[in-house]
Ligand binder design. Structure first.
Ligand SMILES: NC(=O)C1=CN([C@@H]2O[C@H](COP(=O)(O)OP(=O)(O)OC[C@H]3O[C@@H](n4cnc5c(N)ncnc54)[C@H](O)[C@@H]3O)[C@@H](O)[C@H]2O)[C@@H](O)CC1
Ligand SMILES: Nc1ncnc2c1ncn2[C@@H]1O[C@H](COP(=O)(O)OP(=O)(O)O)[C@@H](O)[C@H]1O
Length: 279
């Protein structure tokens, strides 16, 4: 079933806190950080997850990053892990976890992903956690569930699904990729295509070219994770996040850097939830 991606299709599904909500009920998001020199991407994802409404966001970092992160994380919590088993224990209570942004093209990223797959958390798999499986995509797919989300740009997509884009075009390729992976696929670009393994397909034609800046994909991964953590269906979370991300960029316009996106989210969310403003 093919959808467009106008807010009227999903705005009623957006989470909002109830009178009795507390932070754990509202949704718990984990974000896996890279090492000491590679923490920025996880910070972008974590901040975006909080801004989109997750009640509690925790960054899980390797031990060398633990002294680096605290000064730049305020509302975001921090926990350090030295082994995949420790990561699994930390991630187990989470509703969703983002892994991949600046995670590193090293085997520990694959082992960490496997550990996360053993938890009940839905996974958002981005960046290095996609590229790492260039020569063995079946291993990644075997670890995924249908509520997990892959967020490749075209380069990452080609690494996991060589030749599919050229053969099928963006919509057909995303659909086939979702079927092969057994997970939601968000094929990013000027027109982002969101495909589910059950055949649902949405095309977001409203991309903002101001998003062509380093780290904007990390923000999107955090937003998708943040909405899933709030118990939104993964396909709806992905398409809502893609639209909101674009709208925040469009409103900010020239000079946008990825750090600006999370702080642009409240105004877009308020218009969506209150049914006011330009949306
Ligand atoms: N603030 C941060 O700490 C940031 C860290 N990042 C991390 O930095 C590391 C390296 O990122 P790179 O950007 O080099 O990795 P990429 O995999 O994005 O880029 C590597 C190559 O892929 C191709 N490529 C990139 N985007 C493409 C697109 N949209 N369509 C087609 N081909 C494309 C290009 O040939 C590029 O040289 C990753 O771990 C990444 O997660 C980035 O996410 C940017 C921000
Ligand atoms: N020209 C463009 N028009 C619309 N959206 C774009 C454009 N260029 C990039 N984007 C969006 O910006 C984000 C870039 O993500 P990604 O390539 O993963 O960047 P990074 O790895 O630096 O975080 C995606 O959401 C993509 O759809």
């Amino acid at each position: 079933m093919k959808f467009g991606n106008s807010p009227s299709e999903w705005r009623h599904l957006l989470p909002r806190p109830g009178p009795d909500s507390h932070k754990h009920v509202r949704g718990r998001l984990g974000v896996v950080s890279g090492g000491a020199l590679s923490t920025g991407a996880a910070r972008l994802s974590a901040r975006a997850g909080l801004r989109v409404g997750a009640g509690l966001v925790k960054v899980f970092c390797p031990p060398d990053a633990a002294p680096v992160l605290p000064p730049s994380l305020e509302a975001v919590m921090l926990a350090s892990f030295a082994t995949p088993e420790q990561l699994q224990a930390l991630a187990d209570p989470m509703d969703a976890v983002v892994i991949g942004p600046a995670a590193g093209l090293v085997e520990s990223t694959a082992l960490n992903l496997a550990a996360l797959a053993r938890t009940g958390a839905a996974l958002v798999v981005d960046a290095d956690a996609l590229t790492l499986f260039r020569d063995r995509p079946e291993q990644l797919f075997a670890w995924l569930d249908r509520d997990d989300v892959l967020t490749p740009h075209e380069g990452e997509f080609e690494r996991l699904f060589p030749g599919l884009l050229a053969a099928e075009g963006r919509e057909g390729a995303a659909q086939e990729a979702a079927r092969l992976a057994g997970a939601i696929v968000v094929l990013k670009g000027a027109a982002t295509v969101i495909a589910a393994p059950d055949g649902r397909l949405a095309v977001n034609g409203d991309g903002s070219p101001w998003l062509a800046t380093a780290g904007s994909g990390d923000v999107l991964a955090g937003m998708i994770g943040g909405l899933i953590a709030q118990h939104m269906d993964s396909f709806d979370a992905a398409r809502a996040a893609v639209w909101i991300h674009s709208e925040a960029a469009r409103r900010f316009g020239p000079g946008l850097i990825s750090e600006d996106l999370p702080q642009g989210l409240p105004a877009v969310l308020a218009d969506l939830l209150n049914g006011s403003g330009s949306v």
